[in-house]
Design a protein around this ligand. Structure first.
Ligand code: 6PG
Length: 478
């Protein structure tokens, strides 16, 4: 046996990961349900490194050095369970199965437990960066046992992207489902970032009155500042693209219903279970959902509202710079919410996740890679217990400075009938956190009125109920 690692499931992500391992000097065993795909990969890319094509699962395992390490790159859900079962039967205690798909962390926890009982390490691993990242350097988020990371870590780190300071974008996130959990939140933040960028585009288009080419230039300029990120960069590319068939801006010929494969939805469902407000991510998921509801949109098309008369050109430039501030402040809020969620899950499941390390490995390779993440890393390095990113001095100062612009952009959007659920929800969250008193006191009163659900008081310990149906005297219930 010569192979240090094996990859089974040779669709684009699996093939590219296998090639990435081989290009870094590792001998890679290859396996796929249909052998023709394995052969095609070797025929086309065999010269890039050492591959050992295997026709059967048995041959594949036999080609691997011990402990056997198998990367599974198949569809999340049942296909993953089937492949795991097939290989687990051939493995020995101490062997390692790596699931590199976008699995739900609860499935990963279940699989990890079942395989641990058989002595096999199951490493649910988030891998971000799309096809290109898988080939040239993704951000890698492995979960599973610390023991498995000892031998697996160097292999994964060798193929990961590098942050600007040269450190690999891969770290052991924590036990069992921690890696897939963190990847899920990455995707939730990805949804929020994309929605905020889309809102900024909409405002530049319909309030500033810019054409897509001009907006592309605006994004390119923003990308030289604090918003410097992969998503802003590709936004400029998409906006600058002209459709060959019609000669029109590409963005104008694409159907405006956004699709989703589920990781954003999982993030919000999980946040609800954990009791962590992730309104930025939730609004992003709902915005995709609204866009896809042709039925609702069709039925409501004639509802009255402001027309979309753009600002005078003299005012447009100033407005665009306000949008940059609103975008930045809203982005800080959605990252703050995402990190709260990771911290909550870490406590709930006993994962002991290093919050700064998560930011560090997202600096390169992944879809949300951005200069900004180094600042999040630094914020948690300075205070590992930081309750919210908004409490970090640097972020607090920037968001505080942006708030006038942020309010003005949201007010303008509301006045002109441009939907900005991301910007608005982020601002509402900011104002809710800073409010001295929230109307939740009234909510508590209502709950006590109709359901005797009791309330706490500001001036005394204990729980209380008012006899609403009687003389309205108060009794202490606990
Ligand atoms: C990544 C991406 C990747 C996938 C998204 C797309 O990190 O490389 O997040 O995992 O492209 O999940 O998700 P939707 O299809 O739901 O937009």
């Amino acid at each position: 046996a010569t192979a240090q690692i094996g990859v089974t499931g040779l669709a684009v992500m699996g093939s590219n990961l296998a090639r990435n391992f081989a290009r870094h000097g590792h001998t890679v065993a290859l396996h796929n349900r249909t052998y023709a795909k394995t052969e095609a990969l070797v025929a086309e890319h065999g010269h890039e490194g050492d591959f050992v094509p295997a026709e059967t699962a048995e041959e594949f395992v036999a080609a691997l050095q011990k402990p056997h390490r198998i990367v599974v790159m198949v569809k999340a859900g049942e296909p993953t369970d089937a492949v795991i079962e097939e290989f687990a039967a051939l493995l020995e205690p101490g062997d390692v199965i790596i699931d590199g798909g976008n699995a739900h962390f609860a499935d990963t926890r279940r699989r990890e437990k079942a395989l641990r009982e058989r002595g096999i390490h199951f490493v649910g691993t988030g891998i971000s960066g799309g096809e290109e990242g898988a080939l040239n350097g993704p951000s890698i988020m492995p979960g599973g046992s610390a023991e498995s990371y000892e031998s697996l870590g160097p292999l994964l780190e060798s193929i990961a992207a590098e942050a600007k300071d040269g450190t690999p974008c891969c770290t052991h996130i924590g036990p069992d489902g921690a890696g897939h959990f963190v990847k899920m939140v990455h995707n939730g933040i990805e949804y929020a970032d994309m929605q905020l960028i889309a809102e900024a585009y909409d405002l530049l288009r319909h309030v500033a009155g810019y054409e897509p080419q001009r907006i592309a230039e605006t994004f390119r300029t923003w990308n030289t500042g604090r918003l410097d990120s992969y998503l802003i960069e590709i936004t400029a590319e998409v906006l600058a693209h002209t459709d060959a068939a019609t000669g029109r801006p590409f963005v104008d010929v694409v159907a405006d219903g956004a699709e989703q494969k589920g990781t954003g939805r999982w993030t919000v469902q999980t946040a609800l279970d954990l009791g962590i407000p992730v309104s930025g991510i939730a609004e992003a998921v709902f915005a995709r959902s609204v866009s896809g509801h042709a039925d609702l949109r069709g039925a409501a098309r004639e509802l009255p509202g402001p027309g979309r008369e753009p600002l005078a050109p003299a005012e447009a430039g100033e407005f665009a710079s306000l949008v940059e501030e609103a975008l930045y402040a809203s982005k800080v809020v959605s990252y703050a919410q995402g990190w709260n969620m990771i911290a909550a899950a870490s406590a709930e499941y006993g994962w002991d996740i290093d919050l700064g390390a998560v930011a560090a490995i997202w600096r390169g390779g992944c879809i949300i890679r951005a200069a900004f993440l180094d600042r999040i890393r630094a914020a948690f390095a300075a205070d590992p217990q930081l309750p919210t990113l908004l409490a970090d001095k640097g972020f607090a100062a920037e968001v505080g400075k942006a708030q006038d612009a942020w309010r003005s952009v949201v007010a303008t959007a509301v006045g002109r009938g441009v939907p900005t659920p991301g910007f608005s929800a982020a601002l509402a969250y900011y104002d809710a956190l800073r409010a001295e008193r929230l109307p939740a006191a009234l909510t508590q009163g209502q709950r006590d009125f109709f359901g005797a659900h009791t309330y706490r008081r500001t001036d005394r310990e204990g729980s209380f109920h008012t006899l609403w149906g009687g003389d309205r005297s108060e009794e202490q219930t606990g």
